[in-house]
Design a protein around this ligand. Structure first.
Ligand code: M6R
Length: 612
């Protein structure tokens, strides 16, 4: 969850570290800190509670010619949000920072009598103290000894007082990528911090120790064998990870959806039909599957629910969707005939990764739909269908979600073809519709000002309800997550027919002049259940709700149905989800912005959840 960076090179380390932390800040923003190795003054540490901008301010007067250093932006797990708990931690001759959770930090503290060396409440400082205890002038030997005894997840950047101009790094589970460039060697939690220096990088292998110097990076396993990791190339540039004139990353990413969808869909369509062989997904594996099991977290899990609706409705293949953190502990029913589909933007979500490992142990083949190239989930899957959303920086996921749905649709269509469920014409028509979803989003975005005005009615509400049936219910779930996470308004999603089984008691009229009734955002795109949803809307409307209807209808001029309407471009419900998603994302965005909140970095959250 935290973002970490280490640099050893020819340029002033302070600025490189702080610039890198700014790129990594979406991973956690409780506190930030750097440590540099000054040639005259030795290690200098600056760390404090707050954002990277606060650290930059605090480090303004820090005079140093250091060209080596480490930096950290924290999402607190062990120990409160305080300056002392901020990283880096320094114990004796070791300065260290950490991303992950050291599960046996208490045992290590007791076993090795480290308590008196500790000043913070963090698990990370225990590693620094332990390293300092075993260090006898050979950094690799000390790191080897220590990491063998650590349990949990970690990505560490370490400096030793008597090893000038060197950074050491090692990881288990928590992500790390590294690059050797003209400016120096750099290691970081993700590519956004590296890309300004190099387009070529490698994924740091687990339990391998890196030594970074201005000459390059040495990688060795725990036995001391040097290895040459596979070099990968980034297929986007630094501008993709910048705001590009938009006030927030989230808004930029909402607007990037048509392009992201085109990049994900178009290369996989050949002669009007889905083609997944270039991704290594052969028809044999799809032909023999009898069940599908989808596992993911948060928004990715909601994309999986949309996928389930389509696979079940159109292919008649049973699908289960599980929250990865639940799946891991429930002894799931899966076998060799089950295809497990794992969805993850980051490819690093720990619960999703562990769910993947469990599914494999149970004999299921795993196909992952992942955005980050070379991520752990991608590497451990049997098959990978990469989405090409580019870097998603806002904590609230938007473009990653719609491209995940598009990848599920490509897959569903291919399965339908190989199993003889779709005729060629049906498959062609499905793909034609899929190729058009970017246009649906573009048309929807033209309506942004209207959506912004509607968001103004919502911003004062303490509670908001989303309702829909079938595929629209799955959209409601995602919509309520989106609104909650960035606007802090309590929001709930209900299957439209379910509200009256209890929750309708929460619907009440507003106080005239001061407020409207409880907002109910109703999604009605599916012709098959349209009239049912309208009846459900009338039920809440007649009890005082302030209803915002999202549908294909031409202007509804009927105050007994809705107060506001957001019209979607004409499309079948299966493909309307893309336009609906854009509307719901914009509602959440504009509400959060109107409330003056930090849209891209909502409180208590971090982009990539690498702790359980
Ligand atoms: O990187 P992943 O797709 O595995 O992340 C899963 C969730 O943590 C993520 O979708 C989260 O729910 C977002 N903040 C939602 O906007």
């Amino acid at each position: 969850m935290c973002g970490i960076i280490g640099f050893a090179g020819n340029l002033p380390a302070k600025n490189i570290l702080i610039d890198g932390l700014e790129q990594l800040e979406y991973r956690g923003y409780d506190s930030a800190g750097i440590a540099v190795m000054d040639p005259e003054k030795g290690i200098i540490i600056k760390k404090k509670v707050g954002r990277v901008a606060d650290l930059r301010d605090a480090a303004k007067d820090m005079e140093t010619s250091a060209v080596t250093g480490i930096g950290h932006t924290r999402w607190a797990t062990h120990g409160g949000v305080t300056d002392v708990n901020a990283h880096p931690h320094r114990v004796g001759q070791v300065t260290l920072l950490h991303n992950g959770i050291i599960e046996n930090y208490r045992e290590l503290t007791v076993q090795f009598g480290l308590k008196d060396k500790l000043v913070s409440e963090t698990d990370s400082e225990v590693v620094a103290a332990f390293l300092d205890m075993v260090y006898e002038g050979d950094p690799i030997a000390a790191i080897r000894k220590v990491v063998k005894l650590l349990s949990g997840s970690f990505a560490l950047c370490i400096m030793f007082d008597d090893q000038p101009d060197k950074i050491f790094s090692v990881r288990n589970v928590s992500p790390l990528v590294a690059a050797a460039s003209k400016s120096g060697a750099i290691v970081a939690s993700d590519l956004t911090a590296l890309i300004a220096y190099s387009k070529e990088y490698f994924v740091v292998p687990e339990y391998h120790i890196l030594t970074l110097t201005k000459e390059g990076i040495k990688v060795e396993d725990l036995k001391g064998n040097e290895i040459s990791p596979e070099i990968l190339t980034v297929n986007w540039d630094i501008s993709a990870a910048q705001k590009g004139g938009y006030p927030h990353f989230m808004l930029k990413e909402i607007y990037e959806q048509p392009d992201a969808l085109a990049r994900t869909i178009m290369p996989r369509v050949k002669d009007g039909l889905p083609f997944l062989l270039d991704d290594g997904i052969d028809d044999e594996i799809l032909k023999k599957l009898k069940r599908v099991n989808i596992v993911a977290c948060g928004t990715a899990m909601h994309a999986g629910m949309v996928g389930r609706t389509v696979i079940e409705n159109k292919l008649r293949i049973p699908v289960t969707v599980d929250i990865a953190s639940e799946f891991r502990y429930k002894d799931p029913i899966i076998d060799e005939d089950t295809l497990t589909i794992v969805l993850s933007q980051s490819g690093e979500t720990i619960d999703t990764l562990e769910a993947l490992r469990l599914a494999k142990r149970k004999g299921s083949k795993v196909l992952s739909i992942v955005n980050v190239k070379g991520s752990t989930i991608a590497r451990e899957s049997d098959y990978v269908l990469y989405t090409h959303a580019g870097p998603e920086i806002a904590v609230a996921s938007t473009k990653a979600y719609t491209v995940q749905i598009s990848a599920m649709y490509l897959l569903a269509c291919r399965i339908a073809i190989v199993k003889g469920i779709f005729s060629e014409d049906e498959a062609r028509s499905f793909i034609k519709n899929l190729e058009n979803v970017g246009e649906l989003i573009k048309e929807t975005l033209l309506n942004a000002n209207n959506i912004k005005r509607i968001a103004n009615f919502i911003k004062i509400a303490p509670d908001v309800f989303y309702i829909g049936r079938g595929i629209d219910y799955t959209m409601s779930l995602e919509a309520s997550l989106k609104l909650k996470e960035i606007s802090y308004i309590h929001a709930e999603a209900y299957a439209a027919g379910e509200l009256k089984h209890g929750t309708i008691s929460l619907i009440e009229e507003g106080v005239p002049v001061i407020s409207e009734g409880v907002p109910v955002i109703a999604i009605a795109t599916d012709e098959a259940v349209y009239s049912k949803v309208i009846s459900n809307i009338r039920e809440v409307k007649s009890r005082g709700a302030y209803v915002i209807l999202i549908s294909h209808d031409e202007n509804i001029d009927d105050a007994t149905i809705c107060d506001k309407q957001i019209k979607l471009p004409e499309a079948d419900a299966t493909f309307s989800v893309f336009a609906t998603a854009a509307v719901l994302q914009l509602i959440a965005y504009y509400v959060s912005d109107a409330k003056g909140l930090d849209v891209d970095k909502p409180r208590n959250l971090a982009k990539s959840v690498t702790v359980e």
